[in-house]
Design a protein around this ligand. Sequence first.
Ligand code: DC
Length: 235
Amino acid sequence: MSDTENRIVIAIDGFSSCGKSTFAKAIAARLGYIFIDTGAMYRAVTLYALEQGAIRSGIVDEEAVVALLDDMDITFRFNPQRGASDIYVDGNLVEGKIRTIEVSNCVSQVSAIPAVRQKLVAMQQEMGRHRGVVMDGRDIGTVVFPDAELKLFMTADPAVRAQRRYDELSAKGQQVTLSDIERNVRERDQADMTRAVSPLRKAEDAIELDNSHMTIDEQMKWFMERLADVYRNRR
Ligand code: DC
């Protein structure tokens, strides 16, 4: 097999704040693949909708959000310092602005809008067309790349996830409480699993990874064994 034929799609789905992006980024760096954080795309649409007044006092005006989609230009640019791509909307860097609690509180509603999913899924499929990508999200193994060669489904205890998100936001100087974060994590789990379009679910052929009590090194060792299985089964 040539190097190009060897390149596969790695789909990582799972609950919010499971460390999917950190893990996906580490895998991409190890394999020389492109890492795509699809959650960042749903967050970017949500931020733009907030800024444009399509969400007011936490109420999402679906028609107004859909009307914004055509004019909204989402791009990624690799940032060597972060070892990952930063997300831009209409040429403006929004990486820092998309991870606030305001965006987190509205993103499940925005990501449940069918036209939003349609646009972002098409972009994601285009970005992974040449394979060699690690994509993390909620519907990568089920909808975006049902033919991904390796699918992971990540879970972790909600209390552990809330603590991780709290530590991350506090380190960035955001004023948040652990109970607000835990409520948001549980509400988003519920919303992501029960929405009508592309609900979060484990693909039948996905391998589950509960990383509540695992370090990133332990996860990487586990992953490299699963990757070896993929290539062994292909021969
Ligand atoms: O991974 P994250 O927490 O940054 O994702 C933010 C939200 O976007 C999450 O609540 C659900 C939604 N999402 C989605 O519906 N489909 C994806 N592929 C990725 C994220």
